[in-house]
Design a binder for this molecule. Structure first.
Ligand code: 4NP
Length: 161
């Protein structure tokens, strides 16, 4: 009987900028801690805009410049994700609202806000860089890097890893 894996899902709107980057950063951090085999890590979007697509080229480029390689095919959040994942982490409050619309009857799963782990901007939205300027991508990287450091520590403590 093997130990069951901890399942973490990151959610944004398009699943081509913020949430695939969060997935990549979380993967890198747990690899560095030697905990990669204890996790299933995924990301998705609440919209259907970019299903099947790789992350935005600007996100891929900025991630690589920070030592994070991304490889993800866009997919849409589904009702099933409520049951499949232990942690569902949304990038902003509109993502939380969109997720809540799909909550199955009887589910009490907590939807977490990514920046509930960011002391430098507690519970603020992770800004959407899609229509913004180039340095918006580095700002998002720095926010996610701080937030995910806190999230990993939280999960490691809560799950006793
Ligand atoms: P993301 O950014 O939610 O961080 O992936 C967006 C990407 C695409 C769109 C919106 C947000 N879009 O409207 O196509």
């Amino acid at each position: 009987m093997g130990m069951s894996k901890v399942k973490v899902l990151f959610v944004c709107l398009g699943n081509i900028c913020r949430s695939p980057l969060a997935e990549g950063i979380f993967k890198k951090k747990v690899e560095e801690k030697g905990l990669a085999d204890r996790f299933v890590i995924d990301s998705c979007g609440t919209s259907n805009y970019h299903i099947g697509e790789q992350p935005d080229r600007r996100t891929i480029k900025n991630a690589l410049a920070n030592g994070v390689r991304l490889n993800h095919q866009g997919r849409q959040f589904t009702v099933q994700d409520f049951n499949d994942f232990d942690y569902i982490v949304a990038m902003d409050s509109s993502n939380v609202q969109n997720i809540e619309k799909l909550r199955p009857v009887g589910s009490d799963k907590q939807i977490m806000l990514m920046r509930s782990f960011d002391e430098a901007g507690l519970n603020k939205d992770v800004p959407d860089p899609y229509y913004g300027v180039e340095n918006g991508f580095q700002e998002v990287f720095d926010i996610l890097d701080r937030s995910i450091e806190g999230l990993v520590n939280h999960v490691v403590l809560e799950k006793g890893l």
